[in-house]
Design a protein around this ligand. Sequence first.
Ligand code: CA
Length: 526
Amino acid sequence: MKRLRFLKKAGAVAACIGGAVAASLFHVPAAQAQAKTQQKPNIIFIMSDDHALQAISAYSPDLIKTPNIDRIAQEGALLRNAFVTNSICGPSRAVILTGKYSHINGFTDNQDRFNSKQQTFPHLLKANGYSTAIVGKWHLNSTPDGFDYWNILPGQGDYYNPRFINMGQDTVYNGYVTDVTTDLALSWIDAHKQKPFMLMLHQKAPHRNQMPPLENLELFNDRKFPMPASFYDDYKDRPALQRQQISMRNNLDIDHDTKVPCNGCTPKKGEKWAPRNYMREINRMTPQQREVWNKAYRKEQEEFAKLKTTEERVKWQYQRYMEDYLRCIKSVDDNVGRVLQYLEANGLADNTIIIYTSDQGAYLGEHGLYDKRFMYEESLRTPMMIRYPAGIKPAQKVNEYVLNLDIGPTLLDFAGIQVPGDMQGESMKQVLTGQPVNNWRDKIYYHYYGKSFGLTAHYGIRTSQYKLIRFYDPISTWELYDLAKDPQEMKNLYNDPKYAKVAAKLKAELAELQQKYKDPQPLANK
Ligand code: CA
């Protein structure tokens, strides 16, 4: 097992293999001189997994304070209307890399295999003199290409003492995955900061099953998180929601998700357990880690034992889900802080573009759900903020509709590289630098293909006021929402005669978008 040296607890900002990063903190003048002579911006793209924007204080102050992530927005631009084109882990990553919709880049669902030899923005940066790297989650069932260095988690990866694939070699790192991923990132930057670099720093957290780091296990014990107003959605007139299996009520595991070990448990009606999954995670821990973990979660086990009714259990599970989710996010935010401090200490902060985003949004109890996939707002939206002091003024609030499809074109544009004509996204540069923008998109196109967890494949259009969704496989149904009157998307208006004209207009616009993006239009006009 490889050991990384952690300096975080001692008050230093960086940790690394062999101490190279720590040493570099004391050589600021030389690094600053290098940064001044460099023209092209460095790029650090930080992406977490399933980070709902409700859980970032730059967007919403209610759930958690994320001062480090917020700094990126305060010192740069906060994208208030950032959306994904296909709300699921692997496909989103493929869209970001290629700047192309799923049906063009070939990776429509998590089971697919990404052809990493195809044109991506990292390939183009590398061909133009950038050092390129990716660390953390890859999740595309292939080997990265276009990167000088890659050190990725296999599949979903693990939270504790994670195994990585380091340029093809299995390597286990001792520690917590969010810290380890950041350590690997800072080590690589430290060795490659002499010429323009582009690093993709992909955190696994806060993806299910939300195993927080040991130092955060007591956080939020004194908080009671209010359930969202739509938690008890009855799914009336929405058959696709009726058949999903991503509900907090029915589909969270008592042990794997809420950390109550089974220990010969006899499941009551409606309870779901997954001992094999949970124990696989627990067995990765060292005896010392396990001791701290078990001690911290004893309270939860006692609470669970006292629950009498299904309703009590559902409410308790919601609280437990939120606590662990936010504990993981606290660690993501701390590690964003380490990256920012490293850049400052090394004179790289001004000439580095830093993006924080997630592969999509997530439900935190809205519509009674966890997870993502559906085209409803909470998982269609994604957090996105960009800091680049040399090119973007601080405290910009951007309301234009942007897509994760736009990230590649934007970064190429800032790097002075021509955006290939076959990329389907738009460069956000003008939007971000406050220049007048003509004909920016005022509607977005979405297409989700997956059918696992009781989902139904669907596509749709979102405008400033409306959303029209076509569910087509395995069931066939339409949904229409008036977002101005019904922002929580509880009332399907598709069969309301008063909205017939609206629906017809949206269908025509939807067909135009499918044509524009060259989607083969499954059942578009039925
Ligand atoms: Ca995800």
